[in-house]
Design a protein around this ligand. Sequence first.
Ligand code: GSH
Length: 225
Amino acid sequence: MSLELYGHPFSSYTWKALIPLYANETPFDFRSLNPGDEEQGKFLKRVHAAGKFPVLVDGDRTVIEATSIIEYLAVHHPGPAPLIPADPDEAITARMLDRVFDNYVMANMNRVVAAYFLDRDNPMAGPRETPDSKEIQAGKRGLRQAYAWLERWLTDNKLPPHVSIVTSAAAPSLFYADWVERIPEDCPRLAALRAELLALPPVSRCVEDARYFRPYFPPGAPDRD
Ligand SMILES: N[C@@H](CCC(=O)N[C@@H](CS)C(=O)NCC(=O)O)C(=O)O
């Protein structure tokens, strides 16, 4: 039975699971979720601890959380792209960066986006009349702090040269984060990394498949990328 990935083409965490699947040309069926679909909502509430996506189903095994999905693919559906470095010490660094991109880039980007929703935890509740400017400023401040840390890290270190858990976390988080708070000129290495990531075929495939949904980006999508 083929793998199934439940997600949405415009969702950053869905990209995080799609990038390793595309990079390794792993056969799978994409189950695109429709926001507001009651049946799908029930499914997500049943299988995910917070009703979120992506969700990977492999026969009778269900895996939630994008990081764990990548770990699962590395073990059970390996391919030419070594998603987790074989060297245990390099693997620690890869997992550390995965946490940095999720917790400080993706989370702060999402904080800004959520400031446009009536209920920050429920995008389906609709838009606020006026976005929460305190939340927007806090998210942007967090992004600038994360950018500065990443720039310093990239000055002294190199990323794994292949598509890995780091690429999968970095590409969607930097793609959308730069839309809400532009990577500043004093972070040239980080800006270059974002451009390199967007040029990778598995990443550009996600970008293209999501293009249609850009008008729905709550803070407004810029006319680039
Ligand atoms: N920690 C989760 C986060 C997943 C997540 O936040 N997914 C978003 C889409 S990008 C979602 O499900 N949003 C809908 C909702 O929260 O109801 C992961 O790593 O997979």
